[in-house]
Design a protein around this ligand. Structure first.
Ligand code: MG
Length: 326
């Protein structure tokens, strides 16, 4: 499969071809391989990174010329499965509210968050800019609705797209979350502030280029959103649209969602390390048991750096810990 955007080409290759490439670029291999990669090499005007998934990414001015060398040995790939991201003509018709028709075909900053319903861990918000020229590349890399992807796949895709797509990650850690929550801030307002900041960061990153539109995976009405961020020094307001299920409307939201989930998974791994056992996601009974274990091992005070304290799970965990102490 042959995907090209400005300065980037992706080929899908078999193990043999990748080995062949590795030999070919032997003298230009970089000592350090990005996670999930087989090798990374740098020649004049092009960086070549081969991934365990078989994808080989050529980046730089001469990427096209360099990839051409391997084009014939690259594998053919079956077209994207049905159930993957819907074609944008279909999905725009599903777009709600004020989202302009055809937004799926535009270059867009998409924004999404993860962790709001999880007892353990932070809220992570990512805004990501995807240009229309990048659609084939991102589809090729497997970017689609993250709800269809397991953690393993999320990690694999995120590791590749983080170098391909300009993005900003905002992490609201548990300590800070609990502090502002106690001070009376709603989760909706926290999210609005984080989305606004992430979008502003990406706008700065890509300036002077401007996106055709900004699409936020909707969590409140737009009037409420702007109410929440009223009074901020800077507000991204121009061409901002909201839609539920925005992951299916534009690849930028799907990419943002994958990157936000990746950051969340990594954070949960860090918390697991600190806890000394595997921290569960969600807000079911398994998190109550895990939090009770933390209370027994590290004391009630430790909870504030692991969980969202105002969730009902805190009381449930306290009750479990109390029973166990007896
Ligand atoms: Mg969302």
């Amino acid at each position: 499969m042959w995907c090209l955007i400005m300065g980037q080409v992706v080929l899908n290759c078999g193990k043999n071809t990748i080995n062949e490439m590795k030999n070919f670029y032997e003298k230009q291999l970089l000592g350090k391989n990005p996670p999930g990669s087989v090798f990374s090499a740098k020649i004049s005007g092009c960086t070549i990174t081969a991934y365990q998934s078989g994808k080989v990414l050529f980046q730089g001015n001469t990427c096209e010329k360099e990839a051409e060398r391997w084009k014939d040995s690259a594998l053919r790939v079956t077209p994207a499965k049905s159930g993957a991201l819907k074609s944008s003509s279909k999905s725009t018709s599903a777009a709600k509210g004020d989202v302009p028709a055809g937004i799926g075909q535009l270059s867009v900053i998409g924004s999404d968050e993860v962790g709001t319903g999880d007892f353990f861990g932070p809220i992570t918000v990512v805004a990501a800019y995807v240009k229309k020229e990048q659609f084939p590349l991102l589809k090729e890399l497997g970017v689609r609705d993250s709800k269809d992807l397991n953690d393993e796949k999320i990690i694999e895709i995120a590791k590749v797209i983080k170098d391909v797509v300009p993005f900003s990650l905002m992490t609201l850690k548990n300590e800070k979350y609990n502090q502002v929550q106690r001070a009376g801030m709603s989760q909706g307002k926290m999210k609005a502030l984080l989305h606004n900041q992430a979008i502003l960061n990406v706008l700065k990153k890509i300036a002077p280029e401007k996106p055709d539109a900004i699409l936020i995976d909707q969590f409140v009405q737009s009037t409420t959103y702007f109410q929440h961020i009223k009074g901020q020094k800077e507000i991204a307001r121009e061409n901002v649209y909201f839609s539920t299920k925005a992951e299916g409307i534009h690849l930028s939201v799907a990419a943002a969602s994958i990157l936000a989930r990746y950051a969340f998974i990594q954070y949960i791994d860090k918390l697991s390390e600190a806890a000394g056992f595997s921290i569960p996601k969600g807000a079911g009974s398994q998190v109550d048991a895990a939090a009770a274990k933390l209370i027994l091992n590290k004391g009630r005070e430790s909870l504030g750096s692991f969980v969202k304290l105002h969730f009902a799970n805190t009381d449930k965990a306290m009750a479990i810990a109390q029973k166990k102490r007896k």
